[in-house]
Design a protein around this ligand. Structure first.
Ligand code: M6R
Length: 608
């Protein structure tokens, strides 16, 4: 949720830290700060609000150094003020700490430190670490950090510098991602590969329990006894251009328009048209494993949970295996029915969502095989699952998930196709579905061509205060996703419902001020949805209908129509998602909202 950067090397430190923080601003953006070490000690600059405020603070009061750490924050403990911004310093100003995660025994540790005479200058749990490291320091910063961490319960990705042991950054990870960026005569630390990509592609992803000591010409990964442990060096596959806006006003718009390509990339080399199946190299499931699956649990959060609902319908329809979809946050604390014949599919764009990771670990603990559908290569879920399907959608920077959603549904369709063909699905039917998938990139491009018409609809509805999104079958999760997109970036209250369920409550909300978005392509339940549109019209609701044909049944029922092409029912949400994303985007922009960094949100939710 927050972003961490560290640098040690010959270049000016503050600009490198600032640049890294800007690349991670999508991870958290309520305050930011840096701490630099030079011959005279520690100097910090911090500011509430966006990184631009920190930049201004550094411009008016510059600081210099040879090693530094920085942080962009998403508040958990204490409001987003300068006083609570990281880095936090120890009482004697010798130690500075930046931290992602939550220290669960903060109250106990704080009381003990107050007893020892430490004074607290912030409301954060992080400040405890700074004092604790000062208290335990005995000549070696890494040993002090290790000693402090033995007293800490909770999660952390953290970076520490100290004027008493200069020339190094010490980092530690438990539950919150961190990586070392390896340079020549310089090294980096970051919570996100995008922060170091301008400088190096070579990275070491730290594992939970790792501590790292990063110096200018060397780095070490050590364990809790300060013994060096082996590590692997990975290459970041993304290009810098992919994490830049490339002429678009917002990352979200860029990512919406990338979908013909991102969906193509998810399928590349995997779809086998001739056999009507898919080749998925990383799933690590043998023929026997696939045949022995008794039930499937899909677990995820947010948008990824919506794609899970679509996966549930696909797998049940084509593979005839019972599927349950669980919010990861609920699954982890249930007593779920999971056996060694359960396949647990874990869906996450970031691969770092704390609840999803914990749910996956719980499923593994109970003996299930886990399959991760993850976008970020090298992320924790991708490294800990038993097998996986990378989405290959490219970096998603906008906080609102767009291209990851469509790629998730495509990845689910690929897996369903593979599993169904192993079981009962005929080659003829498999080929039809594979052929339809093959046509998706061109169809997505067609849908995107209606962006100007959708922008005009957004103009009509930008002042609305409530929206209802309705759909049935495969398009019910699409309706949920449309409502989530609108609420998270425009702050308009929006609800998604199964269209027929409207009669059991939400219909009371409908009057001539209520816009109702129907996701109503010509699929198996189209006629049923027409009846629901009639019910809304009879109560003077304003209808925006996403549909796929010139249907006589719709005459007189539609205020605004958005046309999408037709495909297999199970693939329809991939096409219907795009107008929903565009509608939310244009409404938010017209309301002056910051679509890439909506208030209170962060791209990757790494706290419980
Ligand atoms: O990275 P993940 O897919 O695990 O993230 C899950 C949710 O936090 C995420 O989808 C969130 O709901 C997005 N802001 C939705 O646009």
């Amino acid at each position: 949720m927050c972003g961490i950067i560290g640098y040690i090397g010959p270049k000016a430190v503050a600009p490198i830290l600032l640049e890294g923080l800007k690349r991670m601003e999508y991870r958290g953006y309520d305050s930011a700060g840096v701490a630099l070490l030079n011959g005279t000690g520690l100097q910090t600059r911090r500011a509430a609000g966006k990184i631009a405020n920190l930049e201004a603070a550094l411009a008016s009061q510059p600081i210099t150094g040879v090693v530094g750490i920085g942080h962009t924050r998403w508040a958990t403990h204490g409001p987003p003020t300068e006083r609570n911004a990281h880095p936090h310093r120890s009482g004697d100003e010798s130690v500075a700490v930046v931290h992602n995660g939550i220290i669960e025994n903060a109250n106990t540790l704080r009381s003990a430190l107050v007893e020892l005479g430490y004074e607290f200058r912030s409301d954060t749990d992080t400040e405890i670490l700074a004092h604790l490291i000062e208290e335990l320091f005995d000549g070696s910063l890494e040993e002090a950090v290790i000693a402090a961490l033995t007293k800490v319960e909770g999660t952390y990705g953290l970076a520490v510098v100290s004027s008493r042991d200069p020339g190094k950054i010490v980092a530690a990870r438990k539950g919150s991602p961190l990586l070392i960026g390896i340079g020549v005569g310089e090294n980096f630390l970051a919570s996100d590969p995008s922060a170091v990509l301008a400088h190096t592609r070579n990275v070491v992803y730290l594992n939970d329990g790792d501590v790292a000591v990063i110096e200018r010409d060397a780095y070490r990964v050590i364990d809790r006894h300060a013994a060096t442990i082996p590590h692997t060096v990975d290459r970041i596959q993304w290009d810098l251009a992919e994490i830049e806006r490339g002429g678009y006003d917002h990352f979200m718009l860029k990512e919406i328009f990338e979908q013909p390509m991102s969906v193509e990339n998810t399928m590349r080399g995997r779809l086998i048209l001739a056999d009507g199946t898919a080749k998925l190299g990383g799933i690590n499931l043998t023929h026997a494993d696939l045949m022995n699956i008794d039930n499937v649990v899909i677990t995820a959060c947010g948008t990824s949970w919506h794609s899970a609902l679509i996966g549930e319908m696909m797998i049940e329809e084509l593979c005839r295996i019972p599927v349950e979809v669980e919010y990861a946050s609920e699954f982890r604390y249930k007593n779920p029915i999971v056996t060694d014949r359960t396949l647990c599919i874990v869906i996450s764009q970031s691969g770092e969502t704390a609840d999803t990771l914990a749910a996956m670990r719980e499923a593994k603990r109970r003996g299930a095989k886990t399959l991760g559908l993850v976008n970020v290569v090298g992320s924790t879920i991708a490294r800990e699952d038993d097998g996986g399907v990378y989405l290959h959608a490219g970096p998603e920077i906008g906080v609102a998930s767009t291209k990851a959603f469509t790629s998730q549904v495509v990845a689910l369709a690929l897996f369903t196709l593979k599993l169904a063909r192993k079981r009962d699905l005929s080659v003829v039917r498999g080929r039809e579905i594979a052929q339809a998938m093959h046509g998706l990139p061109a169809q997505l491009a067609e849908v995107l061509a209606s962006a100007p018409a959708i922008e005009a609809i957004a103009e009509e509805f930008k002042e609305s205060t409530n929206f209802l999104y309705l759909g049935r079958g495969y398009n019910f999760p699409a309706a949920l996703e449309g409502a989530l997109k609108l609420k998270e970036i425009s702050y308009i209250h929006a609800e998604g419902y199964p269209a027929a369920e409207m009669k059991h409550g939400p219909i009371a909300l409908i009057d001539d001020r209520m816009p109702v978005v129907f996701v109503a392509p010509h699929d198996a339940v189209f006629d049923k949805v027409v009846s629901n549109i009639q019910e809304v019209r009879a109560r003077h609701g304003r209808t925006i209908v996403i549909t796929s044909r010139d249907e006589p049944a719709l005459k007189g029922l539609i205020d605004y129509e958005i046309r999408i092409p037709e495909t297999e029912d199970m693939l329809m949400p991939i096409l219907s998602a795009v107008p929903l994303q565009l509608l939310a985007y244009y409404i938010a922009v017209k309301r002056g909202a910051n679509v890439d960094q909506p208030r209170n949100l962060a791209k990757s939710v790494t706290v419980e």
